[in-house]
Design a protein around this ligand. Structure first.
Ligand code: G6P
Length: 589
């Protein structure tokens, strides 16, 4: 979601630099963008709707500038609603990530006091509040920002610019911000990736802090008291892997293809943290797995794996619903968040709530030093390298592999788990070969114009069916739904018409007979049956053969749906890396 970048330092082509940094944040998902540069005594602003693509900006050399990629929450996708927003004087500008929950009352009051609003956003109130606070005698921008930030309700990250004092000030709650020092000046961003080339030492801002960026460097304050505190700088580490597309046409294709290597790496190298996670589950009195979107389906898969492999009950809750379950949390509970980015706000809020109740916190996550990484007691890093396609592929299989290994660790059969993950990696390598891929492309051609598509699975394959449907709808925009095979006759079957594509997960396990009879019921109503599994069956109109890897089946079963979604997206003219309305890092509620 919204991306933020700002710079103060030696005069440079700051407009171009900001735009380049915003490009590094594009993967988060956005619908409009804007750049502001301090030009002599005023602030120059350029904003656009749509993607940055080949866009350029035209600003003179300057010592101060910032920019923003916006994912609309309050106010449509229009140029005036794109950030930065100015105050009435044009001397102050603001960029913002989050939602100012009390913006209506603030805005009405500001309008009542004569302020002129140019956008429909909640964010613009910040610029006008700041204008009033400074005019009211608060002596400097840092203090004024602290006052204004205090008046905002919700989870917000804010950066303000004052062209007179030529400084930026930033504060945040939950939404991430990282500031850094480089050879030419200081910079701040919502993601360390955007600081590459601008900083070599960085500090991750905490919720109770405020940071000032000026020619003299970074100044850090305790926000409530405005007492200056030391800046705990650490080296910028964005060397977590390869961010280039290489020979692949899309990041989705690249990241699907990386799955075997990611699994192998985990199976061989993550034993210690995985055993720690297993031990924490053993010691807890009640474990909860929490995640959103694709990560939630990895979490649900985990609850099945723990049950069948380690005979251990693990609760599963989606991040945004956690607050309705938190009454069960005690200091004996273990709450484990699953998250690629480590920044999903619904997951972070759940973890904050769990911490308040004294629970032990764990995480299975990909982005090191993310908010989640910094707040938990124990962690397993997926080490899957940057995932840049908005749709999650390799991080999903990596999370499932960690949970498979951890449930085997709990059962005292770690080596069996490792062998299974390695066989799944080998199986995926075969599936990524040309002949198998061509078969999927063929199936994609036959279904890409469908309006509806259904996916069924039972047991361990039920969460896979949910994830498969999600992947297909996110990429192709075909309406796809996943169901537990047994639920068919309780509603879904009413929607099956002649030719409706239905994907059936039929592993060689105890679910096979029942799922095939469900498939027969769909076929009898005209469903076009796409079977996924290690053994053919006459009920399948087309069969995508997968290797038999026993309880590691979720690891090989994700790929057919990922590939189907990818190819259907291409056939429908969609960009699979940046689907409409979706964001990679969901940092607002
Ligand atoms: C967004 C992304 C999904 C992702 C989900 C959770 O919705 O588009 O691909 O699964 O957020 O993200 P996380 O970073 O917490 O795994």
């Amino acid at each position: 979601m919204c991306g933020i970048f700002g710079y103060v330092g030696e005069p440079t082509e700051v407009g171009d630099d900001v735009l380049a940094a915003l490009r590094a944040l594009e993967y988060r998902g956005y619908d409009s963008w804007g750049v502001a540069v301090g030009v002599n005594g005023h602030i120059g602003v350029e904003k656009q709707t749509g993607k940055i693509a080949q866009a350029t900006v035209d600003f003179p050399t300057s010592d101060i500038g910032f920019g923003h990629t916006r994912w609309a929450t309050h106010g449509g996708v229009t140029r005036p609603n794109a950030h930065p927003h100015l105050d009435c004087t044009g001397q102050l500008a603001v960029i913002h990530n989050g939602i100012v929950e009390n913006f209506r009352e603030l805005r009405d009051a500001l309008i009542g006091r004569g302020h002129h609003f140019r956008s429909e956003t909640d964010s613009e109130v910040i610029a006008h509040l700041l204008e009033e606070t400074l005019a009211g005698g608060v002596p400097d921008l840092a203090r004024a920002t602290a006052v204004v930030f205090d008046a905002l309700q919700g989870l917000n990250a804010v950066i303000v610019m004052d062209v007179r004092s030529r400084e930026l000030v930033a504060a945040k709650t939950v939404s991430p911000l990282v500031a850094g020092i480089g050879s030419l000046g200081v910079a701040i961003a919502s993601d360390a990736l955007a600081l590459r080339g601008h900083a070599d030492r960085v500090v991750y801002l905490e919720d109770d802090q405020l940071v000032r960026l000026s020619k003299s460097g970074l100044t850090l304050y305790e926000r409530k008291t405005m007492r200056e505190i030391p800046v705990p700088l650490m080296a910028l580490d964005v060397s977590q892997g390869d961010t280039a597309l290489g020979a692949y046409p899309h990041f989705m294709a690249k990241e699907m293809a990386e799955q075997p290597a990611v699994l192998e790496h985990l199976a061989r190298g993550a034993e210690r943290p995985i055993r720690e996670l297993a031990a924490a589950v053993r010691e807890s009195y009640g474990t909860f797995f929490v995640g959103c979107g694709t990560a939630s389906y990895a979490a649900l898969t985990g609850s099945y794996l723990y049950s069948r492999i380690a005979a251990r009950h693990v609760n599963f809750v989606v991040g945004s619903e956690f607050k309705y379950h938190e009454h069960f949390i005690t200091p004996q509970s273990l709450v484990v968040a699953l998250s690629q980015s480590g920044e999903t706000v619904d997951v972070i809020e759940a973890m904050l709530a769990a911490r308040k109740r004294g629970a032990r916190l764990g995480a299975v996550l990909n982005v090191a030093r993310s908010t989640l990484d910094r707040m938990v007691d124990l962690r397993v890093h997926l080490d899957a390298g940057p995932e840049q396609c908005v749709l999650s592929t390799k991080a999903y299989t990596a999370k499932v592999a960690v949970l498979l290994l951890a449930s085997h660790a709990l059962a005292g059969t770690y080596e069996r788990g490792r062998d299974l993950v390695l066989s799944a990696a080998e199986g995926l390598n075969h599936m990524l070969a040309a002949d198998w891929t061509e078969q999927v492309q063929e199936v994609a051609r036959s279904i890409h114009q469908a309006e509806h598509l259904f996916v069924i699975g039972r047991g361990l394959a039920f969460p896979t069916a949910l994830e498969a449907a999600l992947k297909i709808k996110e990429s192709s925009y075909i309406h796809a739904e996943g169901f537990a095979g047994g639920e068919l006759k309780h509603g879904v079957i009413a929607l099956v018409a002649p030719g409706t594509p239905c994907i059936v997960y039929a592993p060689n396990d105890e679910t096979r007979a029942d799922i095939l009879s469900g498939a027969m019921e769909l076929k009898s109503r005209g469903g076009y049956m796409i079977g996924i599994g290690p053994t053919p069956d006459p009920v399948f109109d087309v069969h995508l053969l997968t290797p038999d890897v026993a309880d590691a089946a979720p690891l090989v079963n994700a790929l057919p749906a990922q590939m189907l979604g990818y190819h259907a997206a291409l056939l429908r003219g969609n960009d699979p890396d940046k689907p409409r309305n979706l964001a990679k890092s969901v940092t607002v509620k």
